[in-house]
Design a binder for this molecule. Structure first.
Ligand code: ZN
Length: 285
């Protein structure tokens, strides 16, 4: 997809993203601590079932499970030379689930480290972006960003790799709009917009009930479409360390409608959301 095609589509109305991947795969039996990319490819039926359910619920973009297919994370599992092969196979799986009905986004995410140099982040993200482009994604979705520098490095990597492919940049924020590595999402959003991001917003973070003022401010200050892909409320962690999200699908959809009214144009769910949340969301609009 070209950037012009992306913006022409957004001009027609909201674009529906998918919901959570990780928390649903854990429910399906993925153990904590394993390399998610490898587990998904060993049990492809779980991802196919989940993503087909998202398409049936109205998702128009499936986000391929390539969240941590970067050399830094994969090195923890001895797979640092598998960036290309993993991206190829994981994107192919999402493409099977999408069929002709949804776009497939190449997912990139925070590196989780505030101490890396810009050059090393750029190198890691460039390898990932090149692998995703070779795998045939329609657009890039860079999410759960914790700081401005990694956002700029990821965006530069995508732009150098695929000059005319849409890049969405999504930050993880506190309810008062602060980034985990410091600074506010408002400043960061304006900078990545100025640097050429095609959509900017928030994902993960907190529940949609706490994000109305963040979304309203972003929509006021930005000219590109705003993303809202929040969690199903705040998690409660049980004795075994598992996260439980309290907000049900109907409540989630009601709050998402308010975020739509506040100006969000790319709508989806993060941790704790399931296909029924996306079905409720699309029905509520
Ligand atoms: Zn999340």
């Amino acid at each position: 997809m070209t950037r012009a095609e992306f913006h022409a589509r957004l001009a027609q109305g909201p674009l529906y993203l998918d919901g959570a991947t990780g928390s649903n795969l854990m429910k399906a039996g993925m153990p904590r601590g394993v390399c998610a990319e490898t587990w998904i490819l060993e049990h492809p039926e779980h991802l196919l079932e989940l993503q087909r359910a998202y398409v049936a619920a109205g998702s128009q973009v499936l986000i391929a499970p390539t969240f941590t297919t970067n050399g830094l994370y994969l090195a923890q599992h001895g797979l640092q030379d598998k960036v290309g092969a993993l991206c190829r196979d994981l994107v192919a799986l999402s493409r099977r689930a999408a069929g002709e009905k949804a776009w497939v986004a190449g997912d990139m995410a925070t590196l989780g480290r505030a101490d890396l140099s810009y050059e090393s982040m750029l190198e890691l993200y460039t390898a990932q972006a090149a692998a995703l482009k070779a795998a045939g994604v329609d657009l890039f979705f860079v999410e759960t960003l914790m700081g401005l520098e990694e956002a700029m490095a990821a965006l530069e990597a995508c732009r150098m790799t695929a000059e005319d492919m849409p890049v969405c940049c999504s930050f993880s924020v506190t309810a008062d709009g602060m980034l985990y590595f410091g600074g506010s999402v408002y400043d960061a959003a304006e900078q990545v917009e100025g640097f050429g991001a095609d959509a900017v917003g928030i994902n993960c973070s907190v529940g949609p009930d706490q994000l109305e003022s963040v979304v309203r401010t972003l929509a006021r200050d930005l000219t590109v479409p705003v993303i809202a892909k929040p969690n199903a409320g705040m998690p409660e962690i049980d004795a075994a360390g598992n996260a439980h999200y309290s907000m049900d699908a109907e409540a989630f959809a009601g709050h998402m409608r308010r975020l739509r009214d506040a100006g969000a144009r790319l709508l989806g769910g993060c941790c704790g959301t399931e296909p029924c949340y996306i079905a409720a969301l699309t029905a509520a609009m």
